[in-house]
Design a protein. Sequence first.
Length: 426
Amino acid sequence: MNEQEFKNEFKQRLLNHLLDKYERSQAFVKGEATKQRPQTVLTGELFGADYEDEMDFRKRDWMHQVIDEMAVAGLVDVRHERSSDTIHKVYLEWEGVANAYMQLGRQPKKDKLSELTVVIGQLTSHLWDWVRRWAQQTVATLKEQRSAGLDINDVEGYVDAVRVLQELPSIQGDIPKRMLSLRVFGNSKHFEQCVERRLLSIVRQGLGEVSEVGEGELDLIGIVPHPKPVLLGGRGQFILNGSQLSWSLFPDGAALYPETLKTFEWFKLDVEHIVTIENLSSYHQWLRLRQPLRELVIYTGGFPHRILQSFLRSLWESLKNSGSSIPVYHWGDIDLGGIQIHHFLQRDCPFTIYPLFMDDSTLCQFGEPDLNHREHYQKKACALLQDDRYITWHSVLEVISQSGIKLEQEAIPDQFVKEALDLKRN
């Protein structure tokens, strides 16, 4: 055992532990000393094995020597057990906080929060509402000396994420990840390697309803692995490159890529319904079973990517301008993700989007429990039950919170799809 190495390592552990407690304390938040000082017990879990090591009594002596030196330097104060040289508690001295940071070469949490406040503050006038709101709320929390759910040890990661968010409004439609990375960082792999995960955490915080978005799924803000089309079919007439066409020409639907969509406009929406569908296999199931189609059918691919969001907004605007009363439905999985996707779609739609096959009776009839994540899943459902934005989903959320079951679209029988809107039509 090397005495100096042990002493140096113990001093660092002790100071870091006391500073960690300080940075979690009300004294740190308030910026003023409180009666309660950050403290630790040497016989506790962190230091007890060394302090009470009966096989090597030198450790306790060395620890005492280190603490005595720190006390003389004004870093700590100590309390001994009554009538004993055993140290009961070690306290961080308020006057020694700055010196403790300096001796460790550790950046104070206050400085990290200040840096993040400046970085995130660049987004408080962002063109996108959700980014602007998130940034304003986050900056307000940071100024209260709280971390706002950010990783305060990754300031550079947020610098890069902010650069991406500042660039996105100037991009028309979607952009592949590597093209974005070259455009912003001059390196085709930097985004995926260093920025994507951090940006995804911001999206999850800023757009609370997309907490079910998976890793790498940044389509909804226009960052894609490759260009993505809008998939739709059914009934209706449109103009493409000056030619009038009908969806009846495409019984299996069609894929319209961004460049094609630039020449697209609606001519006549002679449909009985509009249906958006979350999953690809269910979208094709609908097109296969319901010929000839009386509705316009649109595939969302989970949360809609940015090009599709723009397309849907133009569709809603066309309906609004024409005074149409065509009902709009959404069919998705009956799980927390499916509910949040419906909420996301409804946010930009001026009409009510009615859930289809997404009720509690259908869930109970065909649903199955998620055995691997059941308890966690039920807790998340309970949390949504407390959110007024999901009040129309309370009956479904109550079933999920009590039983933990969910239903994927693919489990819906063909006969349900064939008869989907017949009752509503009649």
